[in-house]
Design a protein around this ligand. Structure first.
Ligand SMILES: *Cc1c(COP(=O)(O)O)cnc(C)c1O
Length: 392
């Protein structure tokens, strides 16, 4: 960080769109689909991009621009574009940058819908994907072909909470002239900045910890300006833009991201430590537990361990299902990164479409529970999990 640059918390609060003549302290919601022009010449120059200004909210809007500007500052990125959902960000990023015949090398542990893009939809456009295991980064180079264009990964992964060495991926991408694209959703820009390790683009589902309160969907891609330009031109025509209302909510949410994520991580560490010695739990995975297979890498690249704890209850599918039926306070839901603690059974929900061998390859067993640790009092969170386990 250079001396001129303000700290994370300060930028998340003090980067603001221009205020109106009312001089509001908090930036208002610009709920407008279009913007007006002074005359024919201004209209022509604006559409010809000779003049930088808002034209139409599919292209840009003061609220989406404020959200993107903050995300760029927090990730150390040159430029960005905001999307209606995280998946719109993932899809549009690939679709804007790849041509028919291009090839992707990806971690096997990616979000379920991203996996569907790779296996079901991209092959329609003759875009193939090869996969490496999260703990097998040495094999990445063997998968690279002359037509490989993108190296893709998430870290920590969903739902296995594996950690990939971003520095190692950055070195491989640079050596082979590939674009390194990282889905940084689980870490948020507060815990980890992939651009510092050589990522060209960083994607977020803002639906998760960035909103943090389970209210709105959103996504964003930030990174190198020339790549974002391609993504912007594609998106300006195809229309996956974030709504001004959601951008306004998300930008306000960023003001409290650091303080929320600190507390999420504190609660998650306490729950993970508690579960580690529980007799009805086979294993616990949390990046900042010494038992985590990539503990050293996590310590190197993350500020704290995140809010997701994965564990396996003893007794397979039946015990897994009973555990969820026993839960009293936590929510049974597919979302994550909410103030409310959420428990999910990946094998029967988010990742149910995967073949059994693919599930096992990414560490999803029948008794596995993914817990998105919320901001309730930690004693109440532990009490809920404890009573659900005690009934097994
Ligand atoms: C949720 C999620 C997405 C997709 O985001 P949506 O906002 O639900 O479209 C992508 N990647 C990861 C890692 C996610 O957790």
């Amino acid at each position: 960080m250079n001396k001129e640059q303000k700290h994370f918390e300060t930028q998340a609060i003090r980067i603001q769109a221009d205020r109106t003549s009312y001089q509001e302290h908090s930036v208002p919601l610009y709920l407008t689909s279009g913007f007006v022009f002074e005359g024919a010449e201004e209209m022509r120059a604006s559409f010809a991009e000779e003049k930088e200004r808002n034209l139409y909210s599919r292209f840009s809007n003061p609220n989406t621009t404020e959200f993107v500007d903050k995300m760029c500052a927090l990730e150390g990125a040159e430029a960005g574009y905001a999307f209606a959902t995280g998946m719109a960000a993932v899809f549009s990023t690939f679709a804007a940058l790849l041509n028919s015949g291009d090839h992707i090398v990806s971690s096997r542990s990616v979000f379920g819908s991203t996996h569907s893009l790779f296996t079901k939809y991209f092959p329609k456009w003759n875009i193939e994907t090869s996969y490496f295991q999260v703990n097998d980064i040495e094999k990445v180079e063997d998968l690279i072909q002359p037509n490989t264009k993108i190296l893709y990964a998430e870290s920590p992964t969903n739902p296995g909470v594996d950690v990939l060495d971003l520095e190692a991926l950055g070195i491989i991408a640079k050596k082979h002239n590939l674009l390194l694209v990282i889905d940084n959703c689980f870490a948020t820009p507060y815990l980890q900045n992939p651009i510092a390790y050589g990522a060209d683009l960083v994607i977020h589902s803002a639906t998760k910890l960035i909103d943090g309160q389970g209210r709105v969907l959103g996504g964003v891609t930030v990174g190198k300006a020339d790549l974002i330009r391609e993504i912007y031109l594609f998106s300006r025509n195809t229309g996956p833009a974030l709504s001004p209302f959601n951008a306004w909510v998300l930008s306000k949410s960023l003001e409290t991201l650091a303080i929320r994520v600190d507390k999420h991580c504190d609660n998650a560490t306490k729950l993970a430590t508690y579960l580690e010695s529980h007799p009805k739990v086979n294993w616990v995975k949390y990046p900042f537990l010494k038992s985590h297979p990539q503990y050293e890498v996590a310590k190197k690249q993350m500020r704290l361990g995140g809010n997701i704890v994965a564990f396996e209850v003893k007794g397979g599918v039946d015990a897994g299902r009973s555990f969820f039926d026993n839960i009293k306070m936590s929510s049974l839901s597919a979302n994550l990164g909410d103030t409310r603690t959420i428990v999910t059974h990946p094998a029967s929900t988010t990742h149910s479409k995967l073949a059994q061998e693919d599930k096992l390859a990414v560490g999803i067993t029948d008794g596995m529970v993914r817990c998105s640790v919320g901001l309730e009092h930690i004693d109440d969170i532990i009490k809920d999990i404890e009573q659900a386990l005690s009934l097994l």
